[in-house]
Design a protein around this ligand. Structure first.
Ligand SMILES: O=C(O)[C@@H](CO)OP(=O)(O)O
Length: 242
């Protein structure tokens, strides 16, 4: 039976400072590093051993993966890094403080930017040096695919071809797949796997670096899902309670 492990990165420096992060490439905090290591220990304790890995091109997800694999003595595994697993691009909000922005524009507006399905935050200006088309990391990506902001729907739309392509073929080929990614790219995958509707997905929260393990059938439909080393609500549970 195909097996999939979803892992959000550990706490980042900007998570701790409560800043809108998106595609900003911030690293893990010390706690975040410990969380990444603990994820590997929790998987090893249950003898759950990934055989191939996918991650974004952002340091916090890559380092979480490294730490998880290191803790399992599996740093030799093949890893594919792809921008389509990146966090949702947070546009012109990147780098601003979430509470300060709420004081300025109101809690409700900030909630819409953070959790609505199809309302994107304001765009970054294309001349802004932080815009992705100025970064070497994205030079192989078709430039018209690179966002200046994204709502969750945009993130899902760019993530799904990657899911249905390389990730689905690895699963169908019998691999145990570990995906180390971000709250919103993982929301997209959970929407697809657990058929979580757009009005419920905002209630799904992924904890820092706690592995969510899916047992899938041959058509990649979930037979079971559970957190390993944590008692958080799975996307399927959130959907059932909605
Ligand atoms: O700032 C971000 O990029 C994300 C994830 O940390 O935040 P949010 O919870 O608002 O989606």
């Amino acid at each position: 039976m195909p097996r999939l492990i979803l892992l959000r990165h550990g706490e980042s420096v900007w998570n701790k400072k409560n800043l809108f992060t998106g595609w900003t490439d911030v690293d893990l905090t010390e706690d975040g590093r410990k969380q990444g290591w603990a994820a590997g220990e929790a998987l090893a304790a249950e003898d759950i051993r990934p055989t191939v890995c996918f991650t974004s091109v952002l340091t916090r997800a890559i380092r979480t993966l490294w730490l998880t694999l290191d803790a399992m003595n599996r740093m030799w595994l093949p890893v594919t890094r792809d921008w389509r697993l990146n966090e949702r691009h947070y546009g012109a909000l990147q780098g601003l403080n979430k509470d300060e922005k709420a004081k300025e524009v109101g809690e409700e507006q900030v909630h819409i930017w953070r959790r609505s399905y199809d309302v994107p935050p304001p765009e970054l200006h294309p001349d802004d040096e932080r815009a992705p088309h100025h970064e070497e990391r994205y030079k192989a990506v078709p430039q018209n695919s690179l966002p200046l902001t994204e709502c969750l729907k945009d993130t899902v739309d760019r993530c799904m071809p990657f899911w249905h392509g390389p990730i689905a073929s690895a699963l169908k080929g019998g691999e145990t797949v570990l995906i180390s990614a971000h709250g919103n790219s993982l929301r997209g995958i959970a929407m697809e796997l657990d058929s979580v509707p757009p009005d419920v997905i905002p209630h799904v929260e992924f904890p820092y670096a706690v592995p969510l393990v899916y047992e899938l059938d041959e058509d990649l439909k979930p037979v079971e899902s559970r957190y390993v080393g944590g008692s958080h609500k799975t996307p399927a549970q959130v959907k059932a309670e909605a």
